[in-house]
Design a binder for this molecule. Structure first.
Ligand SMILES: C[S@@+](CC[C@H](N)C(=O)[O-])C[C@H]1O[C@@H](n2cnc3c(N)ncnc32)[C@H](O)[C@@H]1O
Length: 217
């Protein structure tokens, strides 16, 4: 295991319950803790990102949107398949700066919006596939975001969530209020999505996750 991952995990272990650490896991900002958050995400989410993108069964012509691009792990996988513009929504200026420094494929467009309201950028019913890995926990109030997902998805369009509920169970509840899988599924169903979920175990503790699929009927 790389030394920087060991150090990041060690610091995180002591600060996991704190509001400040959870805020940095939502959107890295604070000097030092921002490094911890980005390092953990980079190492812990790589395998999961590849697995989820495989499960999305993307077509070359799909219009894809990823919410919470972070280190760019999943969007780079999407770009290996998609031949058209891929939209990444990333509210964190720090992540956007890093993403712009990386040599991302030209068909990736990164937007800085809060995903609660994408109406200035994304037309109604224009997205085939929507992905959000480790993001849903932080969306507040969740109902407004789910309605926005419904607005932008095409009829028959599908959203995918990757969630590590076990890893985030000690996050600060004010910053990460959506930590219960059943409640999230209930809320997705409540706005009219057809929802299913599956627990995926890729071997390591950090690569066990719930794969939630929701379809606009
Ligand atoms: C825990 S990180 C996950 C990053 C990446 N998906 C991964 O799994 O490694 C949460 C991401 O969602 C973004 N984010 C959080 N709330 C957001 C919002 N309301 N609108 C857009 N992006 C948001 C953060 O900036 C961050 O990139």
């Amino acid at each position: 295991m790389k030394l920087k991952l060991i150090v990041a995990r060690w610091i995180h272990k002591f600060l996991i319950h704190t509001e400040l650490m959870t805020k940095n896991m939502r959107s890295p900002k604070t000097i030092g803790l921002s490094w911890v958050a980005r390092t953990l995400m980079n190492y812990s989410n790589a395998q999961v990102s590849i697995d989820i993108v495989n499960r999305m069964k993307l077509k070359k012509t799909d219009h894809v949107l990823e919410l919470g691009v972070g280190n760019g792990l999943a969007i780079k996988e999407i770009a290996k398949i998609s031949g058209i513009n891929i939209i990444g929504i990333e509210i964190s200026a720090e992540f956007r700066r890093k993403l712009h420094k990386m040599k991302l494929p030209k068909n990736i467009v990164i937007l800085e919006n809060d995903a609660k309201d994408l109406s200035n950028e994304i037309p109604d019913g224009s997205i085939d596939k929507l992905l959000a890995i480790n993001v849903i926990y932080f969306l507040k109030p969740i109902g407004e975001y789910l309605l926005e997902f419904k607005r932008i998805l095409k009829q028959g369009g599908i959203g995918y969530l990757g969630c590590k509920f076990e890893s985030i169970k000690d996050f600060d509840i004010e910053v990460a209020p959506n930590r219960n899988e059943k409640e999230i599924i209930g809320q997705l169903s409540g706005v009219g999505f057809n929802v299913s979920s599956e627990f995926v175990d890729l071997g390591e503790e950090s690569s066990r996750y719930s794969f939630i699929r929701f379809e606009k009927q």
